[in-house]
Ligand binder design. Structure first.
Ligand code: NAI
Ligand code: OAA
Length: 327
């Protein structure tokens, strides 16, 4: 018997990232090749944005995706999030050259107050939320803080682009196929302070630190390259990462709906790994049932790892303090 469609609300639906994202959701890359979807596309109430959104919807029609069972185009979040099973919060201002993601906090943070509230009021009973708009961890915390019905675990932020970058850079250094790199997880903020925990990664089944013995590289240029990759893309392209961000969101949601998958997502830390209990921090999780996860808690941290986690935690706590009036 064919499955009934799930409703996927997407904000920023006429933006850069979503232009790479929506077609892949509609093709089955996010929820599987037998899962029909209805896309609920949300933009700002601005004529230019809504007109662009109509163009995107025309292109989606023109793909004749068998799994795409309907589209809602709206500038009203109450309509867009209605009965949504998944809400993908991409819509927000991107940073430009010379800015840090935290510079977006005041402008973007307020978007997530009202969206968190409305999702809590009108989305489906099993609603799940994934936040991409920057600064993603703190925006996710803001959205979750508005919820009375949905538990905090339903709100996750994306650090998967960082995990994918971390995996690719390790493979490049070792000169191996990247599929042989496993268990590289991101701790903390989606910002240059994030910690790609190379100490637990493996390459071809061996500890990554035995394959790449240059610990100065791992602790220095490696962490820096992964942490500052977003800025490097902006410097090269003049625009922030879009296709790779969309790809990472596909990975985030696909793995979060695949029981047994092990991956990095930013979740309410509840004090794990030494993070402040109330911040959203990247951590390794194992998906339990579709949309739910348990944090993998068994990894021990050496002094270097502990100092990196302390630094990224400090930044998350500072971001939280900067938006205290929004919580
Ligand atoms: N977490 C991550 O790994 C990454 C996050 N990002 C972030 O994703 C966000 C989107 O990036 P782009 O697509 O490149 O930006 P963009 O500027 O191309 O598109 C953003 C879209 O969001 C819309 N929008 C703004 N406020 C909205 C609201 N309240 N409701 C609905 N739509 C709204 C805008 O009209 C625009 O069409 C940025 O904040 C960017 O920094 C980007 C790359 C990676
Ligand atoms: O760097 C940015 O502003 C966009 C982003 O989050 C990334 O590419 O990781």
């Amino acid at each position: 018997m064919s499955k009934s469609p799930i409703r996927v609300a997407v904000t920023g639906a006429a933006g850069q990232i979503t232009y790479s994202l929506l077609f892949r959701i509609a093709s089955g890359a996010m929820f599987g090749p037998d899962q029909p979807v209805i896309l609920q596309l949300i933009e700002v109430p601005v004529e230019k944005a809504m007109k662009a959104l109509e163009g995107v919807a025309m292109e989606l029609d023109d793909c004749a995706f068998p799994l795409l069972k309907g589209m809602v185009l709206t500038d009203d979040p109450r309509v867009g999030f209605k009965d949504a099973n998944w809400s993908l919060l991409v819509g927000a201002k991107p940073r430009g050259p010379g800015m840090e993601r935290a510079d977006l906090l005041k402008d973007n943070g307020k978007i997530f107050i009202s969206q968190g509230k409305i999702i809590d009021e009108v989305a489906a009973e099993d609603a799940r939320v994934a936040v991409v708009g920057n600064p993603a961890n703190t925006n996710c915390m803001i959205a979750a803080s508005q919820a009375k019905r949905l538990p905090a675990e339903r709100f996750t932020a994306m650090v998967r682009l960082d995990q994918n970058r971390a995996q690719a850079q390790l493979a490049k250094k070792a000169g191996v196929d990247l599929t042989t790199v496993k268990n590289i997880f991101i701790y903390g903020n989606h910002s240059p302070t994030m910690f790609p925990a190379f100490g637990h990664a493996t390459i071809g089944g061996k500890p990554a630190t035995e394959v790449i013995t240059d610990s100065a590289w791992l602790q220095g240029p490696y962490c820096e390259t992964v942490g500052k990759r977003g800025a490097a893309i902006i410097a090269a392209r003049g625009l922030s990462s879009a296709a790779s961000a969309a790809n990472a969101l596909i990975d985030h949601v696909r793995d979060l709906t695949t029981p047994g998958a092990i991956h990095s997502i930013a979740v309410k830390s509840n004090g794990l790994y030494g993070f402040d209990a109330s911040v959203w921090a990247g951590m390794p999780v194992r998906t339990t049932t579709p949309g739910s996860y348990e944090v993998i808690t068994g990894y021990t941290m050496d002094d270097f790892a502990k100092s990196k986690i302390a630094a990224t935690n400090k930044e998350l706590v500072e971001e939280r303090a900067a938006v205290a009036d929004m919580l």
